[in-house]
Design a protein around this ligand. Structure first.
Ligand code: GLU
Length: 480
């Protein structure tokens, strides 16, 4: 199998493009075939080199590697032109000398007459120029467009996703393949490039369905083998409408910046229109390569649910190995502007913090937020939690925290001793453990929710923990 991904560099790599790339890549890797990358930069006005970079970087980040390319469609313009002229010479296309504006005016008048109007019009106008005149005018340098002569009959193929598809050729206009300025049009360039690269399977979005019969007709007219085609279901927003800017973030980069892991993104994209046939949701890249099949590509649109992506990402974060996790968190911190001296934790405490926060974080952006109180001072105390665990009985809470401070000074600084010490203290004070842990948690982190309190103590270390307890006592007493 020879597959390809053919992005137009008119924007970032979006979820839809990434999904198309991934499905092609999975098939190539599964079949041991080749995956070709072709940048469709023929739209000179909208194509930008920085978009090419963004798309390639997005693919690299996802781990979607290519075997050939990237090649650039614009570089094939000579070949596209030669193909168009070959069709012209073979009588499968014809010259159209009518200036574009004139044609468009006549077309607008004719189009209300119904389908086939454009073709009838184009042929009528072309018939006014006898072949010998056409040759002469062309040789004299007069500009002309080349239109494909759509044959009678119908164009059918067995779609890899949708099954039998057929289009009546009468519904297909004699489309332009070479413009008056000599540049090839989209469908000609795609068919010519796919034929040139010996692509065997074209998998792309449903939005290309109406291009496929035109391209099949071109392959046939050029005498090239017609590849198989499969059209992937549209990606929908939660409102059931086609995913668009309206629905917020769609660029893969945006999810990367939020701290989504490539493995989670790949897993999530694979399930946008494909199902493993079981209710499994977490599938590694290798499992996907092993199990992906076109038979399980769904026909109906796939709903893009960012909450599911974040949930999945959380599962991936929770499964990361310690070294990997530390490194990823340090990268995320440095992206957030926290690095070096901003990280007032030793290696061991840092690793403990990362391990404690991993199961509570759906993204690294979230983990960075949760890490703040361990990296620098507590800047504010959650007001609601403070009312509940400090200010209901300020004197009582302050007394408990003072006793906690004394105990923390005395016990060995390790998990078991800390737990024993604080539980014993609760017993001595005649209160439940929560009455000790909640005010303490707030003092240490500023928040009512955190990893286990003993983990928090071990991450902060004795000195900083005591400092925070003292500061809380002063705060409760209204002194700071
Ligand atoms: N360049 C087209 C796009 O970005 C894809 C063309 C194709 O896959 O045939 O939509």
């Amino acid at each position: 199998m020879r597959l390809r991904f053919a992005p137009s560099p008119t924007g970032h790599l979006h979820v839809g493009g990434a999904r198309t790339a991934l499905f092609n890549w999975l098939l190539a890797r599964r079949s041991g075939g080749a995956f070709v990358l072709r940048v469709e930069d023929t739209d000179r006005n909208r194509s930008r080199p920085e978009h090419v970079d963004a798309i390639l970087n997005g693919l690299r980040w996802l781990g979607i590697d290519w075997d050939e390319g990237p090649c650039f469609q614009a570089a094939g313009a000579e070949r596209h032109r030669a193909d168009a002229l070959r069709l012209l010479a073979a009588g499968r296309a014809y010259r159209d000398f009518t200036p574009r504006e004139e044609f468009e005016r006549a077309r607008d008048a004719a189009v209300s007459a119904g389908s086939g109007a454009v073709t009838r019009l184009a042929r009528r106008l072309a018939a006014r120029v006898p072949p010998a005149d056409g040759e002469r005018r062309a040789a004299a340098g007069e500009p002309f467009a080349v239109r494909f002569l759509v044959p009678d009959g119908e164009t059918a193929w067995r779609d890899l996703v949708h099954g039998a598809m057929r289009f009546a050729n009468a519904e297909i206009d004699d489309f332009v393949i070479l413009r008056g300025d000599g540049t090839p049009t989209y469908n000609l360039a795609v068919a010519s490039d796919d034929a040139d690269a010996a692509i065997t399977h074209v998998l792309r979005g449903d939005d290309h369905l109406s291009n496929t019969p035109k391209q099949i007709l071109l392959y046939e007219a050029l005498g090239r083998p017609v590849p198989e085609f499969g059209h992937l279901p549209m990606i929908l927003g939660p409102d059931g409408r086609r995913l668009s800017k309206r629905h917020g973030a769609r660029a893969v980069d945006a999810f990367r910046a939020e701290g989504v892991l490539p493995a989670a993104m790949v897993n999530f994209l694979a399930l946008l229109g494909w199902s493993p046939g079981t209710d499994e949701e977490l599938l590694s890249r290798d499992e996907l390569v092993e199990r992906f099949s076109l038979e399980r590509v769904l026909k109906k649109g796939a709903v893009f649910d960012p909450a599911k992506l974040f949930w999945m990402n959380g599962r991936y974060i929770a499964r990361m190995e310690a070294g990997e996790l530390d490194a990823a968190l340090r990268r995320a911190l440095s992206r957030a502007g926290v690095a070096g001296d901003g990280i007032a934790l030793g290696e061991e405490a840092f690793a403990r913090m990362a391990a404690a926060l991993a199961p509570r974080s759906r993204t690294f952006a979230e983990m960075v937020r949760l890490a703040r109180p361990y990296l620098g001072p507590v800047r504010e105390y959650d007001a609601k939690a403070a009312r509940r665990s400090w200010y209901r009985d300020p004197a009582g809470a302050a007394a408990i925290l003072e006793a906690v401070g004394d105990r923390l000074e005395a016990v060995p600084w390790e998990a078991e001793a800390l737990e024993e010490g604080l539980r014993a203290l609760a017993g001595e004070l005649g209160v439940g453990a929560g009455k000790v842990f909640q005010p303490l948690r707030l003092a240490l982190t500023g928040s009512p929710a955190s990893p286990g309190i003993f983990d928090v103590l071990l991450i902060l270390g004795r000195g900083r923990s005591l400092g925070r307890v003292e500061r809380a006592v002063r705060r409760i007493a209204g002194e700071s």
